[in-house]
Write a protein that binds this ligand. Structure first.
Ligand code: RET
Length: 261
C-alpha cells in the first residue's frame, strides 16, 4: 500500500463513506417506489433495490479494511501491515454486475423467451468478466495483469455487442419515450462500464504512489454509485413511463374487513 498524505487518505475514506449513504438511500427509494408502478415492472425495481443493498454492506467492509490497512505516523498514512482486501470489491461486483443487466432487461417485461435468452447471455458474460479480472487485480506482475485484462475484456465486448444489437431489437417496439429512456440507460452503462477496464490499466501505464491509489479508489467508488444508483433511477423512470403507457392508475384500494363484514 503506498504512503498517503492526510488529504488523500481523508478523500478516499470520505468518498467510501458517502458511497454507503448513497447506496442505502438508493435501496430505500427503490424498495418504496415499487408500489408506484404496475405489477409486471416491480421485479425490476426490487433488483434495483437489492443491488445497492448488497453494495452498502460491501462498502462498510471496504471502508473497514482500507482504514485498518493504514496507520498514521508523523502526519502521513503508511501501510499498517494488515492487507487491504480487494476481494470485497470483486465479491460485490460478482453479485451486482449480473444483476444490473438483469434489471435493465426485466424492466422491459419482454416475452419470456426473449427476456430469458438475453438475461442468460448478459448475466453469465458479466459474471465471467468479473471472475477473469480478479487474478489480474491481485497480481503485481504487469504480464499477468495484461493477460487477465485481455481475458476479461472478451466478455465485456460481447456484452456491449449484445446490448447494441439483440437488445436494441428487443426494445424496438416500445413507445418513443421508453425507447429514449432505455437508450439513455444503455449509454450510462456503456460510459460507466468503460471506466473500470481503463482504471485497471493505471499501474501498467506507469501511474503509482498515493495519487494513483487515490484516483483508483475514488474513481471505482464514484463509478459504482453512478452505475448502481444512477442506473436504478433510469429503471424507475422506465417503469413509470411503461406503467403510464399501459394505463396503470395505481392499485385498487382493498376493502377493509369492517366494511365487508
Ligand atoms: C475489470 C478487469 C479488467 C478488465 C475489465 C474489467 C471490468 C470491470 C467492470 C466492472 C463493472 C462494475 C460495475 C459496478 C457497479 O457497481 C474487472 C476491472 C473489462 C466493467 C458496473
Amino acid at each position: 500500500m503506498p504512503t498517503l498524505t492526510s488529504n488523500e487518505y481523508s478523500l478516499i475514506t470520505n468518498v467510501m463513506s458517502l458511497c454507503c449513504a448513497a447506496m442505502l438511500a438508493g435501496a430505500l427509494f427503490f424498495y418504496y417506489s415499487r408500489s408506484q408502478v404496475a405489477h409486471q415492472y416491480r421485479p425490476a425495481l426490487l433488483i434495483s433495490a437489492l443491488v445497492p443493498t448488497i453494495a452498502c454492506y460491501h462498502y462498510f467492509r471496504i471502508y473497514d479494511s482500507f482504514s485498518h490497512a493504514y496507520t498514521l505516523a508523523n502526519g502521513v498514512y503508511t501501510a499498517s501491515g494488515l492487507p487491504f482486501n480487494d476481494a470485497y470489491r470483486y465479491a460485490d461486483w460478482l453479485l451486482t454486475v449480473p444483476l444490473l443487466v438483469i434489471e435493465l432487461v426485466a424492466v422491459l417485461a419482454l416475452p419470456s423467451n426473449v427476456s430469458r435468452r438475453l438475461i442468460i447471455k448478459l448475466s453469465s458474460a458479466a459474471a465471467l468478466m468479473i471472475a477473469l479480472g480478479y487474478p489480474g487485480e491481485v497480481s503485481h506482475e504487469a504480464t499477468t495483469r495484461w493477460i487477465f485484462w485481455g481475458l476479461s475484456m472478451t466478455p465485456w465486448v460481447f456484452i456491449m455487442i449484445t446490448l447494441f444489437t439483440e437488445f436494441t431489437e428487443a426494445y424496438s417496439r416500445q413507445t418513443s419515450e421508453v425507447k429514449s429512456l432505455v437508450g439513455a440507460a444503455r449509454g450510462l452503462l456503456l460510459l460507466t462500464w468503460s471506466f473500470y477496464p481503463i482504471a485497471f490499466l493505471s499501474p501498467m501505464l506507469g501511474f503509482s504512489g498515493g495519487v494513483a491509489e487515490c484516483g483508483l479508489q475514488v474513481g471505482y467508488t464514484i463509478a459504482d454509485i453512478v452505475a448502481k444508483v444512477g442506473l436504478g433511477i433510469f429503471i424507475y423512470m422506465i417503469a413509470i413511463a411503461k406503467s403510464q403507457a399501459d394505463g396503470y392508475e395505481g392499485d385498487a384500494p382493498t376493502r377493509s374487513k369492517a366494511v365487508t363484514a
